[in-house]
Design a protein around this ligand. Structure first.
Ligand code: HEC
Ligand code: HEC
Ligand code: HEC
Length: 428
């Protein structure tokens, strides 16, 4: 969230938000009051149909459900992952079929209401850290399949910590105000002059795969700005680059398909950080759906798909120490003469991270490495957190910036490096 733009102190923003949300919240809460949906009796749940459950599994992969609903080293879907937000920490819930700590007592009606309106079985409002503003676009059939799949997930007893949010954000009914202002529950109408594949891609991207949750910048109330859809945003101290307009022109549909389905593309490199998780999930989704997503995303730029011009300013004047660090730690992978080495490192001549105005992704990649694809035999880069000092990371970052881009040196590297280091620790 870019507070600077508003030239306001954070506490004033807090009060402004409080007032707006309180007024809208009271009105909206009164208008949208939702009652509790009765618990389903244990023996009243119908048997799980296997084919439907496997369709639901594929949809859950498309929707990253397990990524958010699984804590580090926790059981799948049992919740408890801490999600830091500007307003405090939110914990994902247990969505296994456990009757006490999960959603085992939820009827399909209750589940559908949560997905569409962000309201839990008891009638309480859920925080939009749960991307129901996208899931609301899912069809009845898809919600039915997801519900069936979740009921097939073994029940895990896991009492999740309650959220730790600052006042006034800890008052759930205020979310009614947020929903009133920002939640659009209309279903998408197919666009008739576009292909079926494009429409399928749009349905998934706007809905279950919630690409905009990371790639669209948010306003001060944490809602995606509809006027800046897919124009790039910071997420968990990573930069999710623009997926539309000129900045994304160098992505063709086939490259996108390859990058999304495998986490790697020869012309662009590997997906790292939160995007790696998305790509790993998409690798388990139906290939035809990933292709449809690629076709739709490619249509968000002018569709001409220009190739990036490689940049390699080999004769830059750099300190001997920066050059030594590069040769000692990086060159053996990134300058290998093999077209694509065993760990699939590319020359940084094509690197998007090196050209971006924010050093976040380059620094995070150097500090944290890329290890999401180990089980898939994909791209791997070791993290250098324990090997390089902050000064060395900074020196290397400026080295690759000067050598592989024509942009100005990065500023504020110190902050970005220490953030990357502490985020890396948080994941251990
Ligand atoms: C970006 C993270 C994220 C993703 C992706 C996500 N969820 Fe959640 N979900 C949450 C959080 C956080 C909550 C709890 C919100 C709160 O406390 O108000 C939640 C709550 C829920 C709830 C309400 C449960 C309860 O006990 O109140 C359901 C149901 C749910 N999610 C289902 C899903 C499904 C199905 C998917 C995939 C299609 C999914 N979620 C994907 C973060 C996520
Ligand atoms: C959880 C957050 C998150 C979600 C959800 C997400 N992305 Fe990303 N995405 C990122 C981040 C962060 C990066 C930068 C990672 C990197 O450069 O390695 C990225 C990078 C990308 C890139 C490379 C862009 C470039 O210019 O280098 C593409 C393409 C992309 N995402 C497409 C998608 C699509 C399509 C979806 C939905 C199916 C999606 N993303 C969902 C966070 C996300
Ligand atoms: C064991 C091989 C290996 C080593 C050593 C290595 N890398 Fe990487 N690096 C990779 C792989 C694989 C990728 C992902 C594919 C790609 O983008 O080239 C990657 C990606 C990157 C990226 C992201 C490119 C982008 O645009 O997303 C940067 C920046 C980077 N490396 C910098 C470095 C630096 C600086 C060093 C030395 C400190 C280094 N790497 C050492 C293998 C390596």
């Amino acid at each position: 969230m870019d507070l600077e733009k508003f030239d306001m102190k954070p506490w004033r923003i807090g009060i402004a938000i409080l007032i707006v949300l309180a007024i809208v919240g009271i009105v909206a809460f009164a208008l949208t009051w939702r009652s509790e949906i009765p618990a389903v009796a244990e023996d009243a749940q119908p048997d799980v149909e296997r084919t439907l459950a496997s369709k639901g599994y594929a949809l859950a992969q498309l929707g990253n459900c397990a990524s958010c609903h699984t804590a580090k080293d926790g059981k799948p879907y049992a919740g408890g992952l801490a999600m830091p937000t500007p307003f405090g920490t939110i914990y994902s819930t247990n969505i296994t079929s456990d009757r006490d700590t999960g959603i085992g007592t939820w009827s399909e009606e209750a589940f559908a209401r949560a997905m569409r309106k962000g309201i839990d079985r008891e009638g309480g409002h859920l925080y939009p850290a749960f991307p129901y503003n996208h899931f609301t676009k899912a069809s009845d059939d898809d919600i039915h399949a997801l519900y069936t799949f979740l009921r097939s997930v073994p029940a895990v007893r896991n009492d999740v910590s309650s959220n730790d949010l600052t006042f006034p954000f800890n008052i759930r009914p205020l979310i009614a105000g947020w929903n009133f202002l920002f939640l659009d529950t209309d279903q998408l109408e197919p666009v008739s002059d576009q292909s079926e594949q494009w429409n399928r891609g749009r349905y998934l991207v706007e809905g279950l795969t919630h690409c905009g949750a990371c790639h669209t910048p948010r306003n001060i109330m944490g809602a995606e700005k509809s006027s800046e859809k897919y124009q790039g945003a910071m997420i968990d101290n990573w930069y999710a680059p623009p997926l539309s307009g000129d900045a994304a022109r160098n992505w063709q549909a086939d490259q996108l398909d390859n990058y999304l389905a495998t986490g790697f593309n020869q012309d662009h490199g590997a997906a790292a950080g939160p995007m790696a998780e998305t790509a790993v999930n998409l690798s388990q989704a139906p290939p035809s759906d990933v292709e449809a997503i690629a076709v739709y995303i490619a249509s968000l730029n002018d569709g001409k798909g220009q190739r990036l011009t490689p940049i390699d300013n080999q004769d830059i004047d750099v300190s001997a120490s920066a050059h030594d660090l590069w040769v000692g730690s990086c060159a053996k992978c990134h300058e290998s003469t093999a077209e694509v080495g065993p760990s699939k490192a590319l020359p940084l001549s094509f690197s998007g991270a090196v050209r971006q105005s924010s050093p976040a992704n380059a620094v995070r990649t150097i500090v944290n490495g890329i290890d999401a694809y180990r089980d898939m035999g994909g791209a791997y880069m070791p993290g250098f957190a324990d090997i390089l000092s902050n000064d060395e990371v900074a020196e290397l970052a400026q080295y690759i910036r000067r050598r592989y881009s024509n942009e100005a040196e990065w500023s504020e590297l110190e902050d970005v490096i220490s953030t990357a280091r502490s985020s890396a620790k948080g994941k251990e």
